[in-house]
Write a protein of this length. Structure first.
Length: 275
């Protein structure tokens, strides 16, 4: 299958998967997610690939869910997916939970290489990979309930603080909270990410695979996957309240709008962020 919204190539033991919708800051359409799944399957099936790196084209990792680009609107029409009913639920669960759990449990190590915006679904994607390496300019806005990893990502009290406030985290903040592993200058990010991946590729594939499986099982024994499934149900209930939805006249969720206003210093006690 030809890929359009995803770029895929291999370089030695590394598979590169790139979100390729820079016009929309790599907003995640259904087609992009379908293609990402194909690319992940290719990387997993390729015996030469030892590490999988995901990145975004055009200076941003991902601005989150596609909330209504022409391409996404056409996909909704073609599939006949409305805003309620079992078909809506099954489709939403597929793209916001089932696929991410599958990618989280991929048998090869995965790295998100993040620069620019990493918002909501971008956070979800970064959360479901094994490691996050970020540029100092990266800005993270945590996802809410669709893929409810946040209490595991940053701790329960911090998760509440972030969800209540709707505020961007800098790369350094995200690292200090344990969500990001390493932070580099943008000029050094790719080189350092590749060097790390090459060191991982030198290790025993069996040792890496079993270590990853053991770590994921430990999380699951603490209720990780159950939390994800419960969070999705809570999100579906919350979504019935239209007041939690988009800003009128914009393809932007209310929480994202609050976070952007915070960057501009338009919220109480916040000063404009230097560009």
């Amino acid at each position: 299958m030809e890929l359009n919204d995803i770029l895929y190539h291999t370089d030695g033991p590394i598979a590169w998967i790139t979100f390729n919708r820079p016009k929309y800051r790599n907003a995640q359409s259904w087609r992009l997610l379908d293609e990402y799944d194909i690319a992940m399957d290719r990387a997993v099936a390729d015996p030469e690939v030892r590490v999988i790196i995901t990145r975004g084209a055009g200076g941003n990792f991902s601005s989150g869910h596609d909330l209504g680009t022409p391409e996404q609107a056409e996909a909704r029409r073609e599939r006949g997916i409305g805003d309620s009913g079992l078909e809506f639920y099954d489709n939403f669960k597929h793209y916001n939970l089932d696929l991410l759990i599958k990618w989280r449990n991929a048998p090869k190590p995965t790295i998100a290489m993040v620069e620019g915006y990493c918002i909501f679904a971008g956070w979800m994607m970064a959360s479901c990979v094994d490691l996050v390496f970020a540029a100092k300019d990266a800005l993270f806005l945590p996802a809410l309930l669709e893929y409810f990893s946040l209490p595991f990502d940053v701790g329960t009290r911090k998760a509440k603080e972030l969800m209540f406030e709707s505020r961007f985290l800098t790369a350094d903040e995200a690292r200090d909270l344990g969500f990001v592993n390493r932070v580099y200058d943008l000029a050094d990010l790719e080189r350092e990410t590749v060097n790390y991946a090459l060191r991982v590729a030198e290790n025993s594939p069996m040792a890496v695979r079993m270590s990853k499986a053991a770590a994921n099982k430990t999380q699951d024994l603490m209720g990780y996957t159950n939390s994800l499934e419960s969070g999705l149900s809570d999100y579906m209930l919350m979504a019935q309240n239209r007041g939690t939805g988009r800003v009128e006249g914009m393809r932007r969720l209310g929480g994202v709008d609050l976070a952007v206003r915070g960057l501009r210093g338009e919220r109480p006690g916040l000063t404009p962020k230097e560009s």
